[in-house]
Design a protein around this ligand. Structure first.
Ligand code: KG4
Ligand code: ZN
Length: 357
């Protein structure tokens, strides 16, 4: 099944062609430079930049894969959640391509794409066999942080167990980096500084929200750091800056790992999958392996290039709907939705419908 995937939910214009798990091409135009001076994504600028770049990005993805529109089997596109204007560009282009080539069109939930990213097989990277279902999936990105029970590769088989009540983990990184004047996106910068810092120097408190809670809250941690800066001033030397980043990061990583392990234990599962932009974090990946193996849990993370937004994960997620013969070309359900109704209420059975579908 050869699928062309398109992703424009936030600040990456991406297109990819996959053949099952095999990634034939994976093109990403990042808007990071465009948004850097604002310290975060400006939705109107994002939509305009997607419009400028989507056609060349799709053409390049097709060319590099050795395919044409007529030789692919389906078009898959992220249709939720994300910035409305940004999603509109991807979904409209995908509609047009699918209609013109008479190919099925599949709407993909961005978070399902992230959850399936560890299955992707990139040409120049070591083959990853991918986790076995069922597993616990932690999506930690700039827009979302949530835990899921994943029984299969489709939305109906994915159940949300807990999500953040306020900031997403990546959002906390980005806001803290902005506060410290470090640049955007904050995650990789704070991660790099934290690697040389001492995480025990500043005693930030984790927000666990109750012994059994699988929900997250990161805004309190961000406020603790802001208060520290209010009373001590911005770090005047490199060592203090590194210690501050390391102490913040230790709190985020411990919270993500504690709750992922608690979710696995509560569901009686032995595999945890990390995904989303924050899963690129060096400490989360390293300490995650140590923590999880001490608890008898297998930790799986995508290749670094598949942690942040990409279209290969969208194409791969779409291939399951394509196999079932789904075609949403004529349906308004493919219209973009900025927010995501929760993937099944806590305690409910797996959802049997696409959100909003
Ligand atoms: O999944 P993603 O590319 O976009 C969304 O769906 O939001 O995630 C982007 C987020 C940003 O907040 C970025 O700061 C964070 O992932 N991120 C990291 C790292 N690399 C990216 N956070 C912590 N450590 C990293 N190494
Ligand atoms: Zn994402």
């Amino acid at each position: 099944m050869i699928v062309l995937g398109i992703e424009t939910s936030c600040d990456e214009t991406a297109a990819a062609v996959v053949d099952g798990r095999r990634v034939l091409s994976d093109v990403i135009h990042s808007q990071v430079q465009l948004h850097a001076e604002y310290g975060g994504v400006v939705p109107e600028l994002a939509a305009r930049d997607h419009l400028t770049n989507i056609a060349p990005v799709v053409s390049q993805a097709l060319r590099l894969s050795g395919h044409t529109l007529s030789s692919i089997d389906a078009v898959a596109v992220t249709c939720r959640p994300g910035l409305t204007g940004a999603l509109l560009i991807g979904t409209q282009v995908a509609h047009a391509l699918a209609w013109s080539a008479n190919k099925p069109l599949l709407g993909v939930d961005h978070l399902v794409g992230h959850l399936l990213a560890p299955f992707l097989d990139f040409p120049s990277l070591p083959v990853q066999s991918g986790p076995e279902f069922p597993f616990i999936g932690l999506v930690a990105s700039g827009g979302h942080t949530a835990l899921y029970r994943v029984d299969g590769p489709e939305v109906a088989l994915i159940m949300e167990l807990g999500a953040t009540r306020d900031d997403a983990a990546g959002e906390a990184y980005d806001k803290v980096a902005k506060l410290l004047g470090l640049g955007y996106p904050g995650g990789p910068i704070v991660d790099r500084l934290a690697q040389q810092g001492d995480p025990t120097q500043i005693p930030f408190k984790k927000a666990m929200l109750g012994a059994d809670s699988l929900e997250f809250s990161f805004s309190g941690l961000k406020t603790q750091l802001a208060r520290w800066v209010q009373s001590h001033g911005l770090p005047g030397d490199d060592a203090t800056l590194r210690n501050l980043c390391a102490s913040f990061q230790r709190c985020v990583v411990d919270t993500l790992l504690d709750k992922s392990i608690a979710a696995a234990q509560a569901q009686g599962l032995d595999t945890v999958v990390l995904c989303g932009g924050v899963s690129a974090n060096s400490e989360l990946r390293r300490r995650g392996q140590e923590y999880c193996s001490a608890q008898g849990i297998n930790l799986v993370a995508p290749h670094l290039r598949a942690c942040t937004d990409n279209a290969a994960m969208i194409a791969y997620a779409g291939s399951f709907s394509a196999e079932r013969g789904l075609d949403e070309r004529g349906q308004l359900a493919i219209s973009p939705r900025s927010s995501l109704p929760r993937l099944t209420k806590k305690g409910g059975g797996p959802r049997t419908q696409l959100p909003g579908g």
